[in-house]
Design a protein around this ligand. Structure first.
Ligand code: BYC
Length: 478
């Protein structure tokens, strides 16, 4: 592994691997070293429950374009969680808002301190939350390959927590250190101290949920990190940039995971008929659709309200930009622009309304996200078409099953027709997983731990990890 802290390589001789010259700031180093055992005890008690000897994992060693990761079998508790910022971009300028054109900030400006801290805390809170949600999945992995991918996602979410904790410790003094403690205290689904955002308090009890989560919810992460990468606060921008690199694999796990479930279902449906899929140990397409509906709709909530003064303020201040801000053909200030956002009309009907572009920025980001989600649905439908099947998957309407924003107070069908509360109560089981669906899916989740073998409800992957074959010994169980 790379050693020495010159260039962009990580210094692995230190207790906390990093490329931020941590040893030059003894106070900060000591503060982070005293948080480290708390992190490890959180990992032991809330992280992956399945005991393992070692796992074939990727560890970040460099933030450059080439050769940034090292692959090898490591005991998970010895994983080197480190602090990595992407390289500083010489001559970078703030790209939007009222400070557009000024140099980015290397310190936190006093007037934006609390907003910045809040954004970092919200982002940081999601990372350990997802590890907690996925804690028990190891017990039912469909193959050693999938088990390894789960653990890869888990250790990297742990590293993303480190990324946010570094910012809190390095730039927010005492209250930053307190927030870092709180990130380990809140827990997914806890009655007393739940995680901050809705989707991160939901269960991930089975592998279909895991693949949907990594497809839809991790993809919210991609888009939110994309906006933080634009931030005028340079350390946040550089952290987000490197996190996005790791995030790509998480979405690969989701995309190909759903691919493989759909493929297996399609295979069983062609061989035995659609009605026979469940009987033959597969997951019927209507159940896949319900899981999709659920994970997509709770992920839409993660973008906040259709209109938000918070987001307008974040943008104007330069804290959070738009997705691919540099490619937008406008003035990057948006003070006199407008946008059509999804809204509930005065007549109570689902429609659109025109608002100031700044307050509509959550909608702008959500739309970028929705367009990206469509690409997944297209690829899954191509699999169905290739098998000669007529059924198709589909994203539900933006008003379906929403708990945040313009449609939080109403109910709608996946086609976007308004429903009374009574009708919703009667019919939501047609669109969202019922207890019967969940029990069936869970009953299929029997672990497969033999090299090269795979559970009956999912197709094997096209290839293995890092050039290794599918039947590689990705995980040595304890
Ligand atoms: N649940 O003004 P509004 C990831 C609150 S995922 C509960 O419309 P804003 C990952 C909101 O806080 C990416 N509460 O919201 C994925 C506000 O409260 P206050 C995570 C919610 O601020 C998988 C009020 O409702 N990163 O990385 O414009 C695995 C009014 O809302 C929710 C970020 O989210 C909700 N869903 O936008 C691992 C980036 N939504 O102020 C990791 C940082 C809203 O009235 N966060 N509320 O008390 C943000 O940019 C913004 O805080 C949000 C909300 C986009 C989340």
């Amino acid at each position: 592994m790379t050693s020495g802290s010159g260039g962009t390589g990580a210094d692995y001789s230190e207790k906390i691997p990093n490329n931020v010259d941590l040893h030059e700031d003894r106070r900060l180093q000591r503060a982070l070293e005293s948080w480290q055992p708390n992190f490890l005890s959180w990992w032991e008690s809330m992280g992956p429950a399945l005991p393992t000897q070692d796992v074939y994992l990727r560890t970040a060693v460099n933030v450059g374009r080439e050769g940034w990761a090292h692959f090898g079998h490591v005991a998970m508790r010895d994983y080197r969680w480190g602090i990595f910022l992407a390289e500083r971009e010489p001559g970078r300028r703030i790209g939007f808002g009222e400070h557009k054109g000024e140099p980015p900030w290397q310190k936190v400006p006093g007037e934006y301190r609390s907003e910045l801290r809040r954004l970092i805390v919200v982002q940081g809170d999601t990372e350990p939350a997802s590890v907690e949600q996925q804690r028990n999945l190891g017990a039912t992995a469909p193959s050693l390959y999938d088990l390894r991918n789960l653990f890869q996602v888990n250790v990297e979410e742990g590293r993303h927590l480190w990324a946010m904790v570094y910012l809190l410790h390095a730039y927010f003094g005492r209250d930053g250190r307190e927030e870092a403690q709180e990130l380990l205290r809140r827990n997914s689904g806890s009655e007393d101290s739940p995680r901050i955002l809705g989707a991160f308090n939901e269960e991930t009890p089975d592998w279909l949920s895991f693949f949907m989560f990594t497809y839809f919810t991790d993809r919210d992460g991609k888009y939110q990190l994309g906006t933080l990468k634009e931030s005028a606060f340079d350390p946040l921008s550089r952290t987000a940039e490197f996190m996005l690199k790791e995030e790509a694999h998480h979405m690969f796990v989701g995309t190909t995971g759903v691919d493989r479930v759909v493929e297996r279902t399609a295979q069983l449906a062609t061989e035995h008929g659609a009605d026979e899929v469940a009987g033959r140990g597969g997951i019927p397409l209507p159940v896949i659709q319900k899981y999709l509906n659920f994970h997509y709709s709770v992920s839409l909530d993660l973008f906040g309200g259709e209109t938000s003064t918070n987001v307008a303020n974040y943008y104007t201040a330069g804290l959070k930009g738009r997705w691919l801000e540099g490619r937008r053909r406008d003035d990057h200030r948006l003070t006199s622009d407008s946008i059509m956002v999804d809204a509930l009309g005065d007549d109570g009907q689902i429609g659109q309304t025109e608002v100031a572009a700044l307050t509509g920025l959550n909608t702008d980001l959500r739309r970028e996200y929705i367009a990206d989600c469509e690409t997944g649905v297209k690829r899954w439908n191509r699999i169905l078409a290739d098998f000669g099947l007529d059924q198709r998957l589909k994203l539900p309407h933006v008003a379906f099953n929403r708990k945040v924003g313009a449609f939080a107070g109403i109910e709608a069908t996946p086609d976007g027709e308004r429903l009374s509360d009574d009708e919703w109560a009667r019919r939501n089981g047609d669109w969202l997983p019922t207890d019967v669906d969940k029990t069936h899916v869970r009953s299929l989740m029997r672990p497969v731990r033999e090299r090269g073998k795979i559970a009956a409800w999912i197709a094997p992957p096209r290839s293995g990890i890092n050039g290794q074959p599918f039947d590689y010994d990705y995980v040595h169980l304890a």
